[in-house]
Design a protein. Structure first.
Length: 328
């Protein structure tokens, strides 16, 4: 089985390129574009499609310029892609963009090695002028045997500080869990987590994912005996909170299933400002069940250092148990 983000690798919003930052010094504004797809066709026989998408600029060029290639989301027909791209918006030039969605079939990065699920072309001004910069378009698949009911939504966010180079380095660990019906000697279940940014102007897209971790279990040797210890997440502030330290983030912890039907164990809110301004060494927030929303534990947040624009945090989910799971 080939390696994909959300399984063996992490998916993270990429840093803005130097070119994009330079563009922000002109009369242009910078918007960050995130992509979500809905009701994608299933191109796999034994499981669900493994989609990724590619965003091109097709303005005034015989050869499209690739701006973004998202992570691959495993077994999901309604993916919310983590990787984003920053694009300059100018009154003088209206870029023409095209997105194409594929079902990953191999390790190859050649697009003709994967199943084409649909594409659509639009102008940057359409997105910038759409209500709350949310643009929903139908994917077109010319050779489809039946009507393609897939849609793609673009979420544009104007960066408040396009030249902000601050970032967060997040160390996260979570209580090792097992199913209640399984004997204690069975190893822990596989889990991953997602960090999302609040988008108060984006209903019904109130949260947009900015980081998706690798999948871990105690069998991977990444535990301290009581907790799974995930790889450090490094997220730029523009993606994490649009450079606003008081902007809330949501952490969601999932049980991983190979068929893509991942279970939400629970969730908690945190913010950079909470950790930065707390009068105690650790800031506590409630960790709620994904099923009933009742409190099942706490999320401990702590700022450990701040050097050269890198804010280092430790997040720890201490879970007492949920409807289906309990500590190992």
């Amino acid at each position: 089985m080939f390696t994909v983000e959300g399984r063996n690798r992490v998916g993270v919003s990429r840093d803005p390129s130097r070119v994009r930052r330079n563009e922000s010094a002109s009369n242009s504004s910078i918007i960050q574009i995130a992509i979500q797809a809905h009701s994608l066709p299933n191109a796999d026989k034994l499981s669900l499609s493994d989609p990724f998408c590619v965003l091109f600029e097709v303005s005034d060029s015989s050869h499209p310029i690739e701006l973004l290639r998202t992570e691959t989301v495993w077994n999901d027909l309604d993916p919310k892609f983590v990787r984003t791209v920053d694009v300059a918006v100018s009154d003088d030039l209206d870029s023409i963009l095209r997105v194409e969605v594929y079902d990953r079939d191999s390790k190859s990065e050649l697009l003709d090695k994967h199943n084409f699920l649909g594409g659509v072309t639009f102008s940057l001004s359409e997105l910038n002028n759409a209500q709350a910069r949310r643009l929903k378009l139908k994917l077109v698949q010319p050779d489809a045997r039946k009507e393609n009911k897939a849609w793609v939504t673009f979420l544009g966010t104007q960066l408040e500080f396009p030249d902000d180079q601050r970032s967060a380095r997040i160390q996260f660990r979570s209580t090792l869990l097992r199913k209640k019906a399984i004997l204690p000697q069975i190893s822990s279940i596989s889990m991953f987590y997602v960090i999302s940014q609040a988008r108060d102007d984006a209903a019904p897209f109130d949260w947009s994912p900015v980081y998706r971790s690798e999948v871990l279990s105690s069998a991977d040797g990444k535990s301290d005996g009581a907790h799974l210890v995930f790889s450090d997440a490094k997220i730029n502030f523009q993606s994490l909170n649009n450079s606003r330290m008081d902007q809330p983030n949501k952490l969601e912890l999932y049980v991983f299933h190979r068929d893509g039907q991942h279970e939400l164990v629970g969730h908690a809110l945190f913010s950079v400002q909470d950790m930065y301004e707390t009068e105690t060494p650790v800031f506590y927030s409630d960790f709620h069940s994904g099923e009933s929303d009742k409190k099942i534990g706490v999320l401990k947040s702590q700022l450990t250092s701040c050097q050269e624009g890198v804010f280092s945090f430790q997040l720890q989910a201490d879970i007492n148990g949920s409807e289906k799971y309990k500590p190992l």
